[in-house]
Ligand binder design. Sequence first.
Ligand code: SAH
Length: 346
Amino acid sequence: MPDPRPQLKDQSIPALRTRFAGSGVAPWRAEQVARWLYARGVEDPAAWTDLPQELRERLADEWQIRALEWDALERSADGTAKGRLRAADGALVEAVLIPEGERTTLCVSTQVGCPLACSFCATGALGFTRNLTLAEIVDQVCRMKEALASGQRITNVVFMGMGEPLLNLPRVIEAVRLLLHPKAFALGPRKVTVSTAGVVPRLGTLLRAVPVNLAVSLHAANDALRDVLVPINRRFPLDLLLETLRAAPELGPRRPVFFEWTLIAGVNDAPADAIELARRIRGIPSKVNLIPMNAHADSSYRPPSPEACSRFAGELMRHGVIVTLRRPRGADIDAACGQLAARRSA
Ligand code: SAH
């Protein structure tokens, strides 16, 4: 029998305040609850010692506290860890921890599968099942904290896992608010990045709602190629996407756009592609993140040679673009960009 009680982590802090106020509990108790759940990571209300005994019992009776349970944890030779987590309906969700020097970045999912069907992405090949709830998004952070080494903490969170964040926007915004809230996860706004394939009409809502970094998955600098790689381009073509970014008052030198470009051999890795990209994004405060294609079973695309990747990066730099070439992480456990497909291992 499924547990009929609502999930406590589906409540934003303001929503919990309102509920408390309506049932005779002091609203500021909501911040105390958030501190236990998210800052301290204690999920048993009986242990929430600064709350009155009666309220602790009521919370334990009326709410479910955990939205995701462990299904599997895989560790890569390079330190990357992929968690496969199970929702109450059996849906599998993947989240990836990526340690890099002082930083530990957590990559979270926003949907089960994805409806956008980008031709090079393993998640897209799954099709779309459903949106994740707020509780399921933040519980990825709670679960993955359990996989940290002692002394290690999550310093950055990127919404770059399975799914398209802007197609689950209200929940993504509430999850970001919990990541930033000083009583919850207390991350700085520039430590959080939301990535989109370009759901143009929703960009403004995100940018106004939360002061986090925006990443845009570009991969092509003309509509003919982008229509194929990122099919949502047929609805929201490049000109519209780039002009919207150019005109957004929230974006600027202090809040640049991070363009993502998956480098695919023979598809978008020629010097001419780099020159076209530099030309199209000129004047948009931005950086370009190059990600060599991570191969997977659902795609025949391959990464370019390291030399071709460096040549592409060099060409962009020569044209005034700020570039980073990302090393693939966690590819040996299918945890790299575009490999998340929540397959059960045999
Ligand atoms: N839907 C959002 C969030 C996912 S981010 C978006 O598209 O931005 C995941 C990033 O990995 C995207 O930039 C995506 O284009 C990239 N990616 C997908 N498949 C990949 C692959 N096989 N190799 C490298 N990068 C890939």
